[in-house]
Design a protein around this ligand. Structure first.
Ligand code: HSE
Length: 411
């Protein structure tokens, strides 16, 4: 029998206990070992829990118990999760987590500590909820030079945008529905402002390219400014608006990492990923490209990934999984504005729409003008040709006699 502890009894933590207790016999048969939850750490009281004897409030009980070999950190947040994880790894215990904030911020350091102490630090649940994606990138695609990872990485925002498009409900109604379903974080800011997707693209890029990317080096935009007019113009252009996390290596071996809402053409499979589902497209020199798709958030899907990591640690108590990357500094990051893009532009002409359109054609060359039901007389929406984003910005500055209302990139 192997004893484990779970730190945190929120949505994910209670799901981890539920899956382990419900499927315990089945798991024991598969791995020829029984996994026993000895402790559940949480400062709150759970008087109605079916296993009240497992709850503790003191982290040191877990740290000092030599019987505990594997710990699931499902508390979320940086502190005290960072201090707890570091102490556990230094004490020779393996740690698994769904905590993308911690992995994105401190992953390189914690992986190094795990390596030095011959234990594992696994975090499959930190990206894509229940989708097996990190292990396949690290192991099944290990033969490739990977050069790009892109995807829909946040279930809550994808759920919100799908509901807005399909059911015609408001942003606030869709957000509240996401929270009722347990998809959104307690504070939805991280989801809707793109910070959650930013942490996930940092982890994906680190694993795919072997160097740590810190969240503050990723250009990040959320979904709060998207309007029904933008969605209507996207439909006219045969596109869907999706929050896309993307990281790619430049020819010089630097990394461009971004998170922003983009027009995704209906020809691209990402356009058809709806609701709380996530999809991650990985590009490599041998594989071409491969897409991972599945439930990106939610109690049991995420618990499924955490429990799989617990099982992996239990099966490898004396062996290390080769999941790691090196630290890197800011010189590894390239400017996203040097990327070549097409921009969707929506503006309001101050006087004459036709003269603004003529000026746009003169500046950008061939533009694709879009339409929508309910379009105002002075409104103009168009898509530019491909160009370096810095150059497109300069041209937009020259487009006078109008107010630019919104811009979005196409992928
Ligand atoms: N809030 C996150 C999401 C949870 O919506 O994707 C899963 O990481």
């Amino acid at each position: 029998m192997t004893n484990i502890a779970i730190m945190g009894h929120g949505t994910i933590g209670s799901g981890v206990a539920e899956v382990l207790l419900k499927n315990g016999k089945h798991i024991a048969l598969k791995i020829k070992d029984e996994i026993n939850i000895k402790y559940i750490l949480d400062l709150r009281d759970f008087p109605d829990s079916p296993y009240p004897e497992k709850f503790i409030k003191d982290f040191n009980i877990i740290l000092s118990d030599p019987e505990i070999k594997v710990v699931a950190e499902v508390m979320g947040g940086l502190n005290p999760a960072y201090e707890f994880t570091k102490s556990l790894l230094l004490a020779g215990k393996s740690v698994v987590t769904s905590n993308k904030e911690l992995v994105a911020q401190k992953g390189a350091e914690l992986l190094e500590i795990a390596e030095k102490n011959n234990v594992n630090y696994l975090f499959e649940a930190s990206v894509g909820g229940g989708i097996p994606v990190l292990r396949p990138i690290a192991q099944c695609l290990a033969a490739n030079e990977l050069y790009e990872v892109q995807g829909i990485l946040n279930g809550t925002t994808n759920f919100i945008m799908t509901k807005m498009v399909n059911d015609g409900i408001s942003f606030d109604e869709a957000l509240s529905l996401a929270q009722q379903n347990g998809y959104a974080e307690k504070d939805p800011t991280a989801d809707i402002e793109g910070h959650d997707a930013c942490r996930k693209i940092c982890i994906l890029a680190a694993l795919a390219f072997g160097k740590h990317i810190y969240p503050n080096s990723v250009y990040t935009e959320g979904i709060t400014k998207i309007t029904s007019a933008d969605i209507a113009y996207a439909n006219f252009a045969n596109c869907q608006v999706k929050l896309i996390g993307r990281a790619r290596l430049t020819d010089e071996g630097k990394c461009i990492a971004t998170v922003y809402p983009a027009f995704v053409n209906n020809d691209n499979q990402l356009a058809h990923v709806n609701g709380v589902y996530n999809a991650i497209n990985v590009f490599g020199d041998a594989i071409g490209n491969v897409m991972f798709y599945g439930p990106g958030a939610g109690k049991l899907p995420t618990a499924s990934a955490v429990v799989a990591d617990i099982i992996d640690c239990v099966k490898h108590l004396h062996a290390r999984k080769y999941l790691s990357w090196d630290d890197a500094d800011s010189s590894y990051i390239a400017d996203y504005k040097d990327d070549t893009v097409r921009l969707y532009v929506r503006l309001t002409a101050k006087n004459d729409r036709l003269s603004v359109k003529a000026k746009a054609e003169q500046l950008f060359g061939e533009i694709k003008v879009l339409g929508r039901n309910g379009e105002q007389d002075n409104e103009l929406a168009f898509i530019t040709p491909f160009a370096c984003e810095k150059e497109l910005d300069k041209l937009l500055e020259k487009l006078n006699d109008c107010d630019i209302i919104s811009t979005m990139r196409l992928i």
